[in-house]
Every structure is written in structure tokens, then in C-alpha cells.
Design a protein around this ligand. Structure first.
Ligand code: SDX
Length: 439
């Protein structure tokens, strides 16, 4: 693989200033795949102009070797490997290793990595008391933001971000402890005792065990559900520079500690336009309630004056289909079969909603397709996971992506503190008016 992006092409930029045309050459950089990028780093110094791109629809913010998306073709690669091949053949911890280290592990590396993660799953006991400060009816994402941010108060020996060893220990801790914290947030909401992790279980098994077992009786993890959980984790593990990952990078660019950065990522993920969509999809399906009401909701989604949007539909990058949604739909059927659910009204409703939307001109023309969140909620609900925990699960899975991207950023020699500029449209300079002179 070529490490250095190629810079053979240039773009010419003409600034028409009071009729005097000034022309500038800008380098064009080519990556290994994907569109070329125009390097505007020297634009301001040379022309006195900024670029303006709200929502960063045309802006690359960093170099990365981790994840590639071709939104036109519906391709998603982690370190070059297609997502469907990983979902079919790999497991979540192997994918974590791949995202962190860039290559699939050998057997020995895999076993050591699994061991190292498993031996970081337990939390400092003092953290249990932290939970008592939350109301029982707190949204678990609120608890996640608080508790993950608070990890920096407990693990002082992994905060030195310039030390690769500290960074790796913090990364392992975050990947390992997220399921424990997530399950504790759930148990706290139920008023049940916290369940400690078990080192003899795999990562997804352990998560299901901590969520659903109680000290009162034995609990056996269903292997089909553990496999489905593992697959859901793989599908959500990374997705290049999405809102929460960009938040983690931006927070980290100031030198903030990893636990604080991941807490910032969790906060960003919570929004319904991002990771909160899986919860919103289920709420939407429940609100629609029956097939005959679908046209009413489709009409509302198309109405500019109505804030309602079809949750789980549309994507900034995918303009054909989201490859994760396809795997998710297949997994959904497998889980429902395993659980003997012959008739799941919400799944029927989702399939019908998808069919009607994909035949509608509005959705076709705007290239709006089901995204990763459209089917995940139905699977999670069938597994007994409450709606309020859906986005928490996304956060558990995405933690590896966040830490891999955070590590990559810190190791990038061109890394600088993130500091966008603005197009100012407020008042020009004016004089302060004393209170008695104001109307
Ligand atoms: C995730 O970025 C990532 O990679 C994210 C993610 C990841 O793994 O990290 O993939 C996870 O966040 C998935 C997305 C989950 N969100 C939803 O399902 C919420 C519903 N979808 C959207 O609100 C929307 O489609 C976004 C936020 C996902 C994408 O927004 P964009 O790229 O800013 O597009 P847009 O909102 O400007 O939409 C373009 C047009 C608009 O119409 P016009 O102004 O051009 O007339 O499409 C319309 C929108 O109104 N539109 C929708 C719609 N989504 C977009 N209309 C109805 N229903 C929708 N869902």
C-alpha cells in the first residue's frame, strides 16, 4: 500500500476581485480510493479567503487509513476488508484488532488481544457509587456520557496521550469497559443489582450475561443471539468521519484525555439524526402502528413544513444503499426465527414502509434508502433489549472506531488543533451605548 498520497494534479482557482482576476494553483491529492481532494491548506495565506462548507459536505478533515466508504456503490471497507465478509466470517474482537492495528491478527495475536480485553472488563469498584447520583429514570445515554467521562478520574495511569503505551491501555480499557458500563446503566434503571463481568465468556456473551442475568438463578446465553449481537457490533464498529468520530477527533485535537474525548463522542452519537436514530425508528414504527397509516407518514416526511422525517432513512454518504442495512435485515430474520417469532408486526410494518418509500418518487430522487439503524431496533427489541438502550449499544460498538481514529489522529504529524473559521454575518463594529441611552 502506498503510504504517501499522490499530488501530481493541481486545480486552478480564479478569484475575481473588483474585475482583476487573480489565479492560484492548488494541489490536488489522490488517496488510494475515493474522490481526489483539493488541498486548501494554504488558501487563506495566499488569497485571504476561507472556504465555506456548513456540515462539511465537501470537506475532508484528515487523512485516514482505517475505513473507506463508496457511497455510490454501497461499499464499506474496514482496513480494506468488505463489511459483509467481516460480518459473515470474523468476530467483533478480531475486527477491533483490525481497526486498531491495521491487519487481521494471527492466532497468537488474537488470543493475546482477547485475553487483554477480557482482563480489563471490570470497573473500579468506586464507580458503582457514581451511579447512585443518577435518577433511576435517567436515559442510559445520559448515564453513559457521565460515567465514561468520569473514567478519567479513575485511570490516571493511562492519560498521558503522547505515550503510545498509555494510549493503548486507555483504548483497551474503553473497549473492555463499555459493555460493563452499558449493562450497569440498564440494571440501575431496573433497580437490579449490577452483574460483574465473567472472563470465561466471549465479548458479546458477556454483554448479554451482564444485561440479563440476576444473582437469583443461572443464566445461559443463547449462542444465536450472541452471534447476532457480535454481528451488530461489527456492523457499527467504524464509519470514517461521521459526526461522533469527528467530535472525538476535534475534542482530542486539543490534547484532551481519551475518556473525555469518548464521552464527547457519546454525546454526539445520542442525537436522533445520528446514533439516536435506532431508538427513533422503533418509536416511529410504534407511532405509525398499522400499514394503513403508512401513506400519512410518508406524506408528512415529504412535507418541508413538517419536522417529521422517516427515521432510519437517508444517509450523508450512501446514495445507493447502506451495505450494513442488508446484513442487518438478514440478521433480523435469523434472530426472529431463532426466537420463534413468526409474526412481528413491527417487522412487517418496517418491510412495508421500506417498500412504499422505495417506490416513491421523493425518496428515489433524493436517493434515500434504509440505513444501518432501520432494522437494528427490531432485532434488539426481539432480543429483549429496551428501546432506550439501542443507542447505548451503538456506542459500545463504535468505541473501537473512536479510539482507532483518535490514535491515528495523535500519530499524524500534520495533526493540529481543530479550529474552523466562519462566515461572519453579525453587526460590524459599533460603539457601546450606556443603559440610559438605549430605547
Ligand atoms: C447514522 O454519517 C455517518 O456515517 C453516520 C452513521 C454511522 O455509522 O456513523 O452511518 C450512523 O447516523 C445513520 C443515520 C441515522 N439517521 C437517520 O436515520 C435520521 C433520518 N435521516 C436524516 O435526517 C438524514 O438523511 C441524515 C441526517 C442521515 C443525512 O442528512 P444530510 O446528508 O444532511 O441530508 P439532508 O438532511 O440535507 O437531506 C437531503 C434531502 C433534504 O431534502 P431537500 O432539502 O433537499 O429538499 O433529503 C431529505 C431532506 O429533507 N431527507 C429526508 C430524509 N433524510 C433526508 N426526507 C425524509 N425523510 C428522511 N429520513
Amino acid at each position: 500500500m502506498n503510504d504517501k498520497p499522490s499530488t501530481e494534479k493541481t486545480a486552478t482557482y480564479t478569484l475575481t476581485d473588483n474585475g482583476t482576476g487573480r489565479t492560484f494553483e492548488l494541489p490536488v491529492i489522490q488517496g488510494t480510493c475515493g474522490p481526489d481532494v483539493i488541498d486548501v491548506r494554504k488558501l487563506y495565506a495566499e488569497t485571504g479567503c476561507f472556504t465555506y462548507d456548513p456540515g462539511y459536505t465537501s470537506t475532508g478533515s484528515c487523512e485516514s487509513k482505517i475505513t473507506f466508504i463508496d457511497g455510490e456503490e454501497g461499499i464499506l471497507l474496514y482496513r480494506g476488508y468488505p463489511i459483509d465478509e467481516l460480518a459473515e466470517n470474523s468476530d467483533f474482537l478480531e475486527v477491533c484488532y483490525l481497526l486498531l492495528y491495521g491487519e487481521l491478527p494471527t492466532l497468537e495475536q488474537k488470543q493475546k488481544f482477547e485475553h487483554d480485553i477480557i482482563y480489563h472488563t471490570m470497573l473500579h469498584e468506586q464507580i458503582n457509587y457514581f451511579f447512585r447520583g443518577f435518577r433511576r429514570d435517567s436515559h442510559p445515554m445520559a448515564v453513559m456520557c457521565g460515567v465514561v467521562g468520569a473514567l478519567s478520574a479513575f485511570y490516571h495511569d493511562s492519560l498521558e496521550i503522547s505515550d503510545p503505551k498509555h494510549r493503548m491501555v486507555a483504548s483497551y480499557r474503553l473497549i473492555a469497559k463499555m459493555p460493563t458500563i452499558a449493562a450497569m446503566a440498564y440494571k440501575f434503571s431496573l433497580g437490579q443489582p449490577f452483574v460483574y463481568p465473567r472472563n470465561d465468556l466471549s465479548y458479546p456473551e458477556n454483554f448479554l450475561y451482564m444485561m440479563f442475568s440476576t444473582p437469583c438463578e443461572p443464566y445461559k446465553v443463547n449462542p444465536v443471539l450472541a452471534r447476532a449481537m457480535d454481528r451488530i457490533l461489527i456492523l457499527h464498529a467504524d464509519h470514517e468521519q461521521n459526526a461522533s468520530t469527528s467530535t472525538v477527533r476535534l475534542a482530542g485535537s486539543s490534547g484532551a484525555n481519551p475518556f473525555a474525548c469518548i464521552a464527547a463522542g457519546i454525546a454526539s452519537l445520542w442525537g436522533p439524526a445520528h446514533g439516536g436514530a435506532n431508538e427513533a425508528v422503533l418509536n416511529m414504527l410504534q407511532e405509525i402502528g398499522s400499514r394503513d397509516r403508512i401513506p400519512e407518514y410518508i406524506k408528512r416526511a415529504k412535507d418541508k413544513d413538517d419536522p417529521f422525517r422517516l427515521m432510519g432513512f437517508g444517509h450523508r454518504v450512501y446514495k445507493n444503499f447502506d451495505p450494513r442495512a442488508k446484513v442487518m435485515e438478514k440478521t433480523c430474520h435469523e434472530v426472529l426465527d431463532e426466537l420463534g417469532v413468526r409474526d412481528e408486526p413491527l417487522l412487517d410494518l418496517a418491510i412495508e414502509l421500506e417498500r412504499i418509500a422505495l417506490e416513491d418518487d421523493y425518496f428515489v430522487q433524493k436517493k434515500l434508502y434504509p440505513n444501518v439503524d432501520f432494522y437494528s431496533g427490531i432485532i434488539l427489541r426481539a432480543m429483549g433489549i429496551p428501546t432506550s438502550m439501542f443507542t447505548v449499544l451503538f456506542a459500545v460498538a463504535r468505541t473501537v472506531g473512536w479510539v482507532a481514529q483518535w490514535n491515528e489522529m495523535i500519530e499524524d504529524p500534520s495533526q493540529k488543533i481543530g479550529r474552523p473559521r466562519q462566515l461572519y454575518i453579525g453587526h460590524t463594529k459599533r460603539r457601546y451605548k450606556p443603559l440610559h441611552k438605549r430605547d
